[in-house]
Write a new protein. Structure first.
Length: 78
């Protein structure tokens, strides 16, 4: 079995060591997406603590995923 890739990414101004079987490029792509989402939310809500910003970002990303899943299900039904 292949060894997981180990990648250092930057999210919210902090570095994180990530490990996964996806390509380094993909892991960076995911991290950049999360970082941009956190930045967008942080600009609208600058008084949020890091923890609250992370939770709000997670909620927003989960909302995006659920909306896309619903759209995919709708398209499959058509």
């Amino acid at each position: 079995m292949a060894e997981p890739n180990r990648v250092i990414v930057r999210i919210g101004g902090r570095e994180y060591k990530m490990k996964g079987f996806a390509s380094e490029e993909y892991i960076h792509k995911v991290a950049i997406y999360v970082d941009k989402k956190m930045e967008e939310i942080g600009k609208r809500q600058p008084a949020l603590s890091t923890t609250m910003l992370a939770v709000l970002t997670a909620i927003n990303l989960a909302d995006e995923i659920l909306q896309q899943k619903e759209e995919i299900e709708r398209l499959h039904r058509e």
